[in-house]
Design a protein around this ligand. Sequence first.
Ligand SMILES: Cc1ncc(COP(=O)(O)O)c(C=O)c1O
Length: 338
Amino acid sequence: MNISKRVKAFPPYKSKSVGNNIRMDKNESPYPLPKEIKKEVLTELDKVQFNRYPQIAARSLRESLADYLGVGPENVVVGSGSDEMIPLVLNTLSAPRAIITPPTFSMYRFYAELNQMSLVKVPLNDSFRLSVEKIKEEIDDKTIVFICSPNNPTGNVFPRDQIVDLLDTDVPLILDEAYWEFSGSTNIDLVESYQNLVVLRTFSKAYGIAGVRVGYAVSNAAMIDYMLRIKSPYNLNSLSMITAEVMLRQHDLVEDRVRRIIKERQRIFGRLGDHCYPSEANFLLLDLDAGEYLADRGIAVRTFESELTDKVRVTIGRREQNDEFLKYIQGYIADENS
Ligand SMILES: Cc1ncc(COP(=O)(O)O)c(C=O)c1O
């Protein structure tokens, strides 16, 4: 078979993490789904006709999401993880250039390159802030901008006035809010007034169902209509739809877990302050090259191939996991200082 040159140039996907006992590398929720919620999902699943395709365009999940978000169902499209939303947005827009702000989520670059877009990097400054003026200098009518807030892997939120400043340029802005629940700040309301905004969200982080893969995009009705036209018709399976719907009814549980993660994040930050950057997400970026050290002790954290090679990103876990992590990382710091 004649494999496309473009595809041959892609390395196999690997998420660079090391260690495998306590998983603090993928920004997942550390909490398993409670038994009674699993039961509810299975009861609903029992009603599904497995020989039939799932509901087209996930109508009822979109309606539930619309209720939750205070928008119309015509403003929402759902998919198999928010990852799936990225190529969907790129395929919908006619934009051969993408601006990214490294260090940031690697999949923007991946899909932009897969779509043969030219990639413009406007790095964050030394304090991980956006260089809005530099982004604006790079913008033209063929450009889209990716912003992740809170940003993965730095953990900081970008101020609303900067987002508005970028939206005022009229360029399409893809705003990834995968971690917004841990920060409490969102710009999703701006979808109402800005036609050039697409917000991406996921059930993989605060909602804790990364394994069933549900994400969504929120934008103006025309943009969503075009996205619905080109997406694969049955992109979300029945199990995923049902689980997401059930989780949308679990506000108290989700809020409680988010609160606990924030508390744990603050506790770790308090202990490691000088060695980690402030974060408003469910992870912390550490100024410590401790990937191998932690891996040898059974703790998986995210390491980096470029830009942040001397740092690791650690996902906040349950209290006992964090205690284990703190024990070893403090050992690492003591070793380094001795
Ligand atoms: C910023 C960001 N966006 C999107 C995703 C992907 O989420 P999903 O599981 O919904 O595909 C991740 C996953 O780590 C992420 O960090």
